[in-house]
Design a protein around this ligand. Sequence first.
Ligand code: PEP
Ligand code: MN
Length: 362
Amino acid sequence: MQELEAKILIAGPCSAESYEQMEKVCHFFSEQDSVHYIRAGIWKPRTRPGSFEGKGEEALQWLEILQKKYPRVPFMIEVASPTQLEAGMKYGLRNFWIGARTTVNPFLVQNLADAIRPLKNLHIWVKNPMHPDVHLWLGSIERLENTGSCSMLGAIHRGFYHHGKSPFRNDPHWSVPMQLKTIRKDIPLVCDISHIAGKREFLHEILSTALWLNFNGFMMEVHPEPDAALSDKSQQISFNDFLRILQTLKKNNDFKNFIPESIRHYRKEIDHIDFEIIQLLSSRMKLAAEIGEIKNIFQIPVFQPQRWKEILSTRPEWAEQAGLSCHFIEKIWVLIHNESIGIQNEIIRQCAQKKINTPDTP
Ligand code: PEP
Ligand code: MN
């Protein structure tokens, strides 16, 4: 867990299918200690009836037994209604995620929030809604936050429904989770790489992008025998594949802390240059102050349009000759000139004040 302290990992099968399957999962994750929650679907939201819809309460009984046998990693399940929440609580569960098909509907989220309000210390993770609407996602988070019952409230990016051509099951539309991250810096944001990818072969690509975008962690579907899984079998990975992903995460972590010597060297030089820039700016402002004294004596207005025009035409030109952007230098000189004007105005104000305080003797 040490090396990955910064990343939250939620892993486990799409669905809890049997006691034996869940025992293998618990055994594996308890042994190698890298995962913060074991996920397991109890009721599966399926597009059409007749496909595997989860084992329901029977699976909750397995989880209750297994949580006692393997207490190190807590379970997390999906709930879509107060009834499901109550059932989970009855079997000792305290960590829940809200699925995309629930987040999309404020009525359903509010029902859940009302059921959560009298409870305490829940961990709730909110998946994005089916379509890319950051406000709907935020709204669900806020409804749950307003209950005051969540000791942990997080967001899960699982991609968005699309009907165009895309290799992925759900369109990642990365700008939406990034918007959420900007608005709610305090909410941890993890990426459900499995439900975005839809196929094992795309997991690495999604993982790399999510790492690059600095997500706070990952959700992924891991199954003891992925090809025999009763739901989402093409996106679930084996324990060995999970270990390989873990290696990538660890390498990335090391890599993130690594600063090459050449960068340290250049940074030192930059420090010297910045120091000199500050000394030069200080000298420039002292000269501006001298000019301020003279302007005061001769009663010359501080702002001289002609001089400002001259500055604005020469500095960008010099910048261009030096390979710098004119626009950048123009912006800097607006600031420098304003500062000089400010210094001179202050000198004139102080001189006027002195005059008032020491009136001429008749
Ligand atoms: C799931 O995580 O198993 C699931 C159904 O997710 P989503 O709500 O993202 O479709
Ligand atoms: Mn799934």
